[in-house]
Design a protein around this ligand. Structure first.
Ligand SMILES: *[C@@H]1O[C@H](CO)[C@@H](O)[C@H](O)[C@H]1NC(C)=O
Ligand SMILES: *[C@@H]1O[C@H](CO)[C@@H](O)[C@H](O)[C@H]1NC(C)=O
Ligand SMILES: *[C@@H]1O[C@H](CO)[C@@H](O)[C@H](O)[C@H]1NC(C)=O
Ligand SMILES: *[C@@H]1O[C@H](CO)[C@@H](O)[C@H](O)[C@H]1NC(C)=O
Ligand SMILES: *[C@@H]1O[C@H](CO)[C@@H](O)[C@H](O)[C@H]1NC(C)=O
Ligand SMILES: *[C@@H]1O[C@H](CO)[C@@H](O)[C@H](O)[C@H]1NC(C)=O
Ligand SMILES: *[C@@H]1O[C@H](CO)[C@@H](O)[C@H](O)[C@H]1NC(C)=O
Ligand SMILES: *[C@@H]1O[C@H](CO)[C@@H](O)[C@H](O)[C@H]1NC(C)=O
Ligand SMILES: *[C@@H]1O[C@H](CO)[C@@H](O)[C@H](O)[C@H]1NC(C)=O
Ligand SMILES: *[C@@H]1O[C@H](CO)[C@@H](O)[C@H](O)[C@H]1NC(C)=O
Ligand SMILES: *[C@@H]1O[C@H](CO)[C@@H](O)[C@H](O)[C@H]1NC(C)=O
Length: 869
């Protein structure tokens, strides 16, 4: 009694103290950055697009401009997002469609490997080809903007639910993935969208409604509190590559940065993205990530998706409100014109013309006929033409599957050659009983795992499971093969795998996805790092009975393999990522040596979850306010975290074996004559405006005579001409920009260029001198084995400062080398590669610290090194 009373008292004291400290806590803040930078007519690579956009936008009325910027509402048209059209000039509504691995909700489309999986190839060409093929499929369906690729999440925590949609927690590798994918997508004639900008590293608390449904009573979404140095050196890094690759659009995220919503954070949008990087394309909101009207416009957002305040409210922060905000002067005309310019410049940049072919699929039904406006069930007509856009992309997917399979361990068990008896074990070897698309948005973990869950998915046209391909190979080889897909049928499994001559292939997996779906208690983010479906126990039990146990892991990231990986009976381990539709054929290619593995793990496999030093925030930590995620680890994530604390991983970043062997020799460093770094100076032009508009409210009234008003649909029109206030229906109406923005926020006079940004005629992506070549590094790589193979030499740099990670990746290549032959690896180091972000200078700086380059086959096997002088 006494004890529990004291305990209760203590608990009460502690919790009130905790509440007190929460209330007193100084929350991170984001500094304002205004005005919003307008497009630069001279930005290299955008000049033609700018001229075409200017010619077009100059003809538009205000309502037409608003139409371009505002979505028509959730499920308002066929794509996951569409803006209004401009019928007068023959431009149909632009279509935005998921996903980063294929055409979501399409039929007769291909299911590509995940971004993380293609990252494991360390092969720029395959990354590009995948982007191009995906772009072609979107194009073939009538999509204008592909909602991918992903660099946020970057992968701060291995449990983060959507890490697999992106590439790697290493910013350099992700930067290459972004750049190649974007070039591929845009070369196919559709606009890419780099997302989710920025600090969108976990699913928990990304949205208020979603969190409340799960019983977390929060009133604001998670705030990612990121210091300036970490922002530049880690999270912003791959977005730089995206901007340099000419990406047409960027998606702002659900989460907040320093307690300011990503879609109205003037520091990240106006300051970093449009100012410092000189981004010329447009910023669209994630779906329901917009939280204000005039404020988001002034902070640099350019397109509202899907247009309504919350799904199907029939109300919008923009649409009517944006028309009114221009008419009442709160948002200046130049900002409106800049939004329209950015959208149309991206449109023309990728080669699109006004006569866009029709959208020939529908996201909301697979029926041929259905309502054009699914939200309200209106305008029944043909909505699906079932156009087959797959081409021969299956071959590429199979190739990427093999090229991305990482051989983590091999005691001579692989490659297989006409094995006598294969015992195939694990649910992950077989089909989902409901079919490959049986779970909505792939929201389950049944059968082999070839894709995570959420909006980053597509429809499988077919899924070659591992057992499909293994059976065919076995028939050819006269191999006896038996498979058991039930992970818990221990007796049956034991009696099979302990038989004479068994080679056991154990297929296991671990899944994750987007926060709106909870699979087995995993609310998007993984709740642990173990295998699913009892996988670790399965491996242990099979390997205790079979001395030739080969493990194949399909997963969204690392799992903890500590308990079993070094068992002598586990003779090989393969990580096959999320390979998409050709899963089975790809893994069989590698198992049987038709493909000699060369992939490298794009993340670290730690011995213990705590070794990563970061985790998802699973419980709110700020009362009912925005949960606070402090990025106190700085740039030390993944291998940088383990290296800096001297923790040995099980498989290090960049590690992967081959069926042959390689040796490294003859490192050579050649210094280039790059000049001094100079901060960019000069100023922009004055903000231009294009076209004119009427200031009579009567000209904006919904044209009821011309077409019927669709319920819940978002229009640029006003419902009443009595007053702007009534038309806007904004409860806070009357607020002037001066009241909620700092002085000068709407200023249109020439603004100074950012010292770390591009000069007027340079390519966007930052100060062009950052991309000067400082050193050229070469090394010889020899295939010392008996068969042809591919090798991935990697270049790491030690920047040498007290706050720097021991090494960071700064170059790689994938080279095919014949047995006995030597090939030269060559990589360049740019000024950017050798710089740190100096928070005082607010610019990049090559520090005085002595710097070392390393070359080798992984982040911890670096046989060659040299000082940079
Ligand atoms: C967030 O706050 C930190 C600490 O004050 C600061 O270094 C950083 O620049 C801020 N980031 C943004 C986007 O405001
Ligand atoms: C705006 O877009 C809607 C939907 O596509 C269209 O019906 C309307 O005519 C457009 N308005 C103008 C002024 O172009
Ligand atoms: C949620 O928090 C708000 C305060 O932000 C409070 O008014 C409300 O009662 C809480 N709801 C529940 C179900 O606890
Ligand atoms: C304008 O935006 C406000 C919120 O800022 C919203 O309450 C209002 O309903 C919107 N008006 C229209 C017509 O959508
Ligand atoms: C898997 O095997 C266990 C043990 O034999 C059994 O209880 C279970 O019903 C089986 N599951 C299925 C889906 O057949
Ligand atoms: C980890 O999560 C998976 C998937 O929900 C589950 O199958 C497994 O049992 C969990 N592991 C542990 C140790 O709780
Ligand atoms: C390895 O497998 C054999 C059966 O082939 C078994 O007797 C032995 O105990 C296993 N060893 C381990 C370490 O599990
Ligand atoms: C497994 O054990 C069998 C029988 O003892 C032996 O012939 C075989 O070489 C062993 N295989 C491996 C991979 O160690
Ligand atoms: C806008 O300019 C065009 C072309 O000069 C002119 O025909 C039109 O009347 C103007 N509209 C308004 C509303 O001023
Ligand atoms: C505008 O008018 C239409 C047609 O009467 C109506 O359905 C819609 O709700 C009105 N919108 C607003 C924001 O009042
Ligand atoms: C102008 O209109 C916008 C959108 O309705 C509103 O938010 C803002 O308060 C208005 N400003 C003024 C000064 O009336």
């Amino acid at each position: 009694m006494r004890f529990s009373a004291v305990a209760a008292l203590l608990a009460a004291t502690c919790s009130s103290a905790a509440t007190g400290s929460v209330q007193k806590r100084d929350l991170a803040t984001s500094e304002p950055h205004y005005p919003s930078p307008w497009m630069n007519p001279q930005a290299s690579g955008w000049e033609d697009a700018y001229e075409k956009a200017r010619a077009f936008v100059s003809q538009l009325t205000l309502m037409e401009k608003v139409n371009l910027t505002t979505g028509v509402g959730w499920e308002g048209e066929q794509c996951v997002g569409q803006v209004g059209s401009i019928p007068r000039l023959g431009l149909r509504s632009l279509c935005m469609q998921d996903s980063p691995l294929g055409v979501r909700f399409g039929d007769y489309v291909s299911a590509f490997s995940s971004g993380q999986t293609v990252a494991a190839t360390f092969d720029r060409s395959l990354m590009y080809q995948r982007g191009k093929a995906m772009g072609e499929e979107h194009k073939g369906k009538g999509v204008n903007v592909v909602l991918g690729p992903v660099a946020g999440p970057l992968g701060r925590t291995p449990t983060g639910g959507r890490g697999w949609e992106g590439f790697s927690p290493d910013p350099y590798l992700t930067g290459v993935g972004m750049s190649e994918t974007i070039k591929g997508i845009q070369d196919a004639g559709v606009i890419a969208c780099a997302k989710h900008y920025i600090g969108n590293e976990q699913e928990h608390f990304r949205q208020v409604g979603e969190s409340q449904d799960r019983g977390y009573n929060i009133s604001e979404t998670l705030s990612s509190n990121i210091d300036d140095k970490t922002m530049h050196e880690l999270y912003l890094w791959p977005f730089v590559d995206a901007v340099r690759a000419g990406v047409g659009s960027v998606m702002c995220a659900y989460t907040q940065v320093n307690n300011s919503y990503s879609c109205q954070n003037s520091k990240t949008l106006n300051g970093l993205l449009k100012g410092e990087l000189g981004f010329q394309g447009f910023v669209m909101s994630d779906w329901q990530a917009q939280h204000s009207g005039a404020a988001s416009a002034m902070a640099g957002m350019d397109m509202s998706m899907p247009g309504d305040t919350v799904f199907n409210s029939g109300l919008s922060y923009w649409g009517t409100n944006l028309t009114v905000a221009i008419l009442n002067g709160t948002v200046p005309e130049y900002r409106m014109d800049d939004m329209a310019m950015r959208i149309m410049a991206a449109f023309f940049k990728v080669g699109m013309t006004l006569d866009q072919p029709p959208i020939n699929f529908d996201s909301w039904t697979s029926d041929t006929y259905g309502p054009l406006h699914a939200a309200v069930g209106q305008d029944y007509q043909q909505v699906n033409w079932h156009v087959d856009v797959q081409d021969d992309h299956g071959d590429l997917i199979r190739e990427i599957g093999g090229a991305s399979t990482v051989l983590l361990k091999n005691n001579g068990a692989l490659p297989l050659s006409k094995p006598k008896f294969l015992a195939v074990v694990g649910e992950d070897a077989g089909p989902n009983p409901l079919g490959p698309n049986g779970c909505a948005d792939r929201g389950c973990d049944a059968g082999t795992l070839a894709m995570g869950w959420g909006s980053g998915t597509t429809t499988f046209p077919y899924l070659v499971t591992p057992i499909d391909a293994l059976n065919l190979q076995a028939i050819e080889d006269h191999t006896r093969i038996e498979a058991i897909f039930n992970n818990t049928a221990s007796d049956t499994i034991e009696s099979l795998v302990k038989q004479q001559d068994a080679t056991a292939l154990v297929f296991v997996n671990a899944d994750s996805g987007e926060g709106y779906i909870d699979v087995d208690g995993n609310e998007g983010d993984r709740k642990n790092l173990t295998l699913w479906g009892n996988g670790d126990e399965l491996i242990k039990s099979v390997s205790s009975l079979c001395n030739n146990t080969i493990v194949i892991i399909h997963s969204v990231g690392p799992t903890i393999v500590t308990d079993w990986y070094d068992s002598e009976n586990v003779t090989a381990i393969l990580w096959a990522g999320l390979p998409g539709q050709e899963s089975g054929r790809s893994i069989v290619d590698v198992l049987y040596g038709r493909v000699n593995p060369a992939a490298r793990t794009p993340f670290t496999w730690a011995a213990d979850p705590s070794d990563y030093g970061t985790d998802v925030l699973y419980k709110p930590n700020n009362g009912n306010g925005a949960p606070q995620q402090d990025y106190t680890e700085g740039v030390f994530i993944d291998y940088r975290a383990l290296d800096s604390r001297n923790i040995t991983p099980i498989f290090e970043f960049g590690f992967g074996l081959s069926y042959t062997t390689f040796e490294y020799a003859n490192l050579n460093v050649e210094k280039s004559n790059a000049g001094e770094y100079q901060p960019t100076t000069g100023e922009s032009d004055e903000a231009p405006t294009f076209g004119n508009f009427s200031d009579s409210l009567a000209d904006y009234v919904f044209p009821a005579d011309s077409f019927p008003h669709i319920w819940q649909y978002i229009y640029p029109y006003v419902n009443t001409s009595s007053s702007l206030e009534e038309a806007s229906a904004d409860p806070d109406y009357g607020q002037t920009a001066e009241e909620f923005l700092p002085p000068g926020a709407v200023d249109s006079s020439p603004r100074p260029l950012e010292p770390a940004g591009p000069s007027l005629t340079a390519q966007p992506g930052g100060n062009e001198l950052l991309f000067d070549t400082m050193y050229t590094i070469t090394a010889d790589v020899t295939n010392t084995g008996k068969i042809v193979g591919e090798e991935v030499p990697q270049l790491y740099v030690s920047l040498g400062g007290p706050d720097d990670p021991p090494v960071v990746l700064r170059g790689f290549d994938r080279m095919r080398i014949d047995p006995g032959q030597t090939t030269q690896f060559r990589a360049i180091l740019t000024r950017r590669d050798l710089s740190n972000w100096d928070v005082t200078l607010q610019n990049w700086l090559v520090s005085e610290a002595s710097k070392t380059v390393y070359v080798g086959p992984s982040s911890r096997k670096l046989p060659l090194s040299a000082q940079l002088r």
